[in-house]
Design a binder for this molecule. Structure first.
Ligand SMILES: [Zn+2]
Ligand SMILES: [Zn+2]
Length: 287
């Protein structure tokens, strides 16, 4: 079984609509794909309808949390989308993304970069607004040559001149929230977000004690040493070792299916979720 448990669509900051993510997932030879847009379940209806034969869809999202000013991302699988508590928190996070995006655009304008909120909102196309959208607007304005340059200290990298922090949940609270909605959580890219903080072992142990289910071991930004260390840590803490491509479409160079979950992990994860079950092509359900 080839299983990629981390992907993004235009429901957040990916460049492909959910249906196209499903098509590419199958074309990449995957049996299972999790669609994990930031702080939203909004892409799942379209993804469900589009899931090709032979592909199972795991409904999920990547929930934004923060610890001591560091960003912590929690992949959340199979929560009950009808949970009012979860929906309210996601709405609060998304609302704040807009406030924050507008504030960063204003700072960039103050720095002489000709970007507008209208332009950034158009790039987000109704999905969760994130820094990648601002980065793309900066490229369009000619301020930088490639989106990655935006994430340095000169611009919108953490602590950068135009950076604005945002509302995010405490990670332990986020884990409980997802658990309360019947879902399971996996700590994403603990050792290689490329933008700074490496989440220490002690913190991962605390999150395990708070109810974390898994640890993302296979991720494009994890080198071999990080994977080995995280797999060991997962074993010693009783966490499920997981993996996924964190594909964002064109933004990340179409890498869906290039990272997969270790064998056996998928079953261990989904059997602990009570909020939903993976969707196979054909069971479109009520949506
Ligand atoms: Zn992330
Ligand atoms: Zn991600």
């Amino acid at each position: 079984m080839r299983i990629d448990l981390h992907s993004h669509s235009t429901a957040s900051d990916g460049t492909d609509p959910p249906a196209e993510v499903m098509r590419r997932a199958r074309a990449a030879g995957l049996d299972v794909i999790a669609l994990t847009d930031h702080d939203t379940l909004a892409g799942h209806d379209e993804a469900r309808r589009a899931a090709p034969d032979g592909l199972s869809l795991v409904t999920g999202m990547e929930l934004s949390a923060r610890l001591d000013s560091h960003s912590v991302h929690l992949l959340s699988y199979l929560p009950d989308g009808a949970s009012p508590e979860l929906a309210a928190e996601c709405q609060a996070i998304r609302d704040d993304r807009i406030r924050r995006g507008q504030a960063m655009v204003q700072r960039l304008r103050d720095l002489g970069v000709d970007v507008t909120w209208e332009q950034v909102a158009a790039l987000a196309a109704g999905g969760s607004v994130g820094r990648p959208h601002i980065a793309r607007a900066m490229v369009a304005a000619g301020a930088i040559a490639a989106p990655a340059e935006a994430f340095g200290p000169d611009w919108i990298g953490a602590g950068g001149r135009a950076y604005v922090s945002r509302y995010a949940l405490d990670p332990a609270a986020a884990i409980r929230l997802v658990r309360g909605a019947g879902g399971v959580t996996v700590l994403a890219h603990a050792r290689g977000h490329g933008r700074g903080w490496q989440i220490p072992d002690e913190v991962i142990a605390e999150l395990a004690a708070a109810g974390l289910t898994g640890l993302e071991v296979n991720h494009p930004q994890h080198d071999a040493a990080a994977r080995a260390a995280l797999a060991d840590l997962a074993g010693s803490l009783g966490l499920v070792p997981s993996g996924g491509s964190d594909d964002h479409g064109e933004l990340t160079g179409f890498r869906i299916g290039t990272e997969i979950a270790p064998q056996g992990s998928y079953q261990r994860l989904i059997e602990q979720a009570t909020g939903g079950v993976p969707v196979m092509a054909g069971d479109a359900g009520p949506g």
